[in-house]
Write a protein that binds this ligand. Structure first.
Ligand code: DUC
Ligand code: ZN
Ligand code: ZN
Length: 464
């Protein structure tokens, strides 16, 4: 018998071990892991390299209209290409329901957009209009086709839902086996701080951080936990950016509640000082960047397991009139599109700052890049691990490759990177999705349409 592909001699990170091994692939699946595997159509020499599951990016905004009408700069082709160059073989962007839109129409729109993806994909639904029809018919139908998670907002005039609606959504998710994700910030605190700043003539980018105080996140996280616990439903917090928010999640988990959370590279590696630059608009995201003490706290909560996921929150708006500068060359902070790009750098930053600097192990790296996301979002029966029978989704990393980040060298459709000039050690050089080579030694081999929709299973938080 001949395999399709053997990856020979790399350091393979499996769920239970890290060691030298060969990985054989047949018909898009991992067929064997062992020593001296023989006979394949193609062989890749991975000597000196690290062989890990392809990354799974579960928080990114791709070809998505914001509530104010701005379109992200990346579509499913450029977004998936950039994700692949960053070592990912699957992503789960949002399919956003804006008020008045019907869920089946939203899913049909994203199904059409996603045809261009070069890697596997699914979506989380954003629910801004939880009508009876949505709750009773459309969302159960979405679950039935494998879209088993969705996000709600506690802020933004055009997206936020009330606590009553939040409870309805939590109950519906609980009854169907879904997972609710939430953007937790207190809307009133943001509104009042913004009004105060504007009344004082303060409109610079740095005011964005002041207008979204840490207390706004902490209060909303605490309230959302109380709502989820009263509904006996699991809840996942996206982009935790404060120590108080992480502590609230930790406390609920200690009390046995099914509460989960994520943080993002920008909260671990950047601070609000960046907002004070002349191009500070490039660093406006919500929740906002914080400070170095918060970075340390978030690292602690990430490595302690309070926060299970590390996601890019890639929300790409160019630094031009199509994006950040749509309201003019010096837009007031409250009229600047919210979001940072980072889908390609998520894993290189984690490898460089985490593994290479000794903060985390290779197995932690695999858990944070793919394994935990697969479990959280119902994909761990086929993705997120190197194991026989699993999809052959693999990234081969050169742990010694060094690069200086430059927006020009990235593969998204952006004109800047918030990490410009950062020195990175460790880079994915070959990326394989279901046995097909997507990136080979830094060259794109995949094509639009190679990615497929992956139906996901109900939420079952084993070990998270
Ligand atoms: N929330 C996100 O998750 N991404 C971009 C902006 C926002 O508010
Ligand atoms: Zn958000
Ligand atoms: Zn986001």
């Amino acid at each position: 018998m001949s395999y399709d592909l053997i990856i020979k001699g790399g350091t393979v990170v499996t769920t239970g071990s890290v060691g030298l091994a060969d990985v054989a692939i047949l018909n898009g699946k991992i067929a064997a892991i062992g020593k001296d595997l023989q006979s394949a159509v193609q062989t890749i020499d991975a000597t000196g390299k690290i062989v890990v599951p392809g990354g799974i990016e579960t928080h990114c905004h791709i070809e998505q209209e914001s509530a104010t009408g701005a379109m992200t700069s990346d579509d499913y082709f450029t977004g998936s290409r950039s994700a692949a160059f960053g070592g990912n073989t699957m992503f789960v962007p949002f399919a956003a329901q804006h008020r008045g839109q019907k869920i089946p129409d939203v899913l049909a729109t994203y199904d059409a957009r996603a045809q261009k993806s070069v890697i596997d994909y699914s979506y989380h639904l954003i629910i801004s209009d939880p009508t009876e029809e949505a709750l009773k018919t459309d969302l159960p139908a979405a679950f039935a086709r494998g879209v088993t998670s969705f996000k709600v907002f506690m802020t933004y005039d055009k997206l936020m839902i009330s606590d009553d609606q939040f409870l309805d959504v939590l109950a519906m998710a609980r009854d169907n086996g879904g997972l609710v994700m939430v953007h937790a910030e207190n809307h009133a605190m943001i509104k009042s701080a913004t009004a105060r700043l504007l009344a004082a003539g303060q409109t610079q980018p740095k005011c964005h951080a002041e207008s979204h105080p840490p207390e706004a996140e902490v209060e909303a996280v605490q309230r959302a936990i109380a709502l989820a616990r009263s509904a006996n439903a699991p809840l996942f917090f996206v982009h935790i950016s404060t120590e108080g928010g992480a502590q609230a999640v930790a406390g609920a988990r200690m009390a046995g509640a099914k509460i989960y959370g994520e943080t993002c590279p920008q909260y671990l590696f950047l601070t609000a000082m960046d907002l004070d630059r002349t191009d500070g608009a490039k660093f406006i995201c919500s929740p906002p960047l914080r400070d170095t003490a918060t970075q340390d706290a978030l690292w602690r909560h990430l490595t302690a397991g309070t926060l299970q996921l590390y996601s890019s929150d890639h929300a790409p708006y160019r630094h031009d009139a199509t994006g950040k500068l749509a309201a003019g060359p010096n837009p007031p902070f409250h009229k600047t599109a919210n979001g940072l790009p980072g889908i390609e750098l998520r894993l290189p930053l984690l490898f460089s700052e985490g593994v290479a600097k000794g903060r985390i192990t290779l197995q932690d790296f695999v858990a944070l890049s793919a394994g935990n996301a697969a479990r959280m979002f119902g994909m761990d029966h086929r993705k997120g691990a190197i194991a026989p029978g699993y999809d052959a989704d693999i990234a081969i990393w050169d742990p010694d490759a060094t690069r200086t980040v430059s927006a020009d060298a990235l593969h998204d459709n952006m004109d800047y990177s918030p990490f410009e000039g950062w020195q990175i050690t460790g880079w994915p050089e070959t990326v394989i999705n279901r046995g097909q080579i997507v990136i080979e030694q830094g060259t794109l081999k995949g094509a639009p349409g190679d990615g497929t929709f992956i139906p996901r299973r109900p939420f079952e938080p084993t070990g998270l």
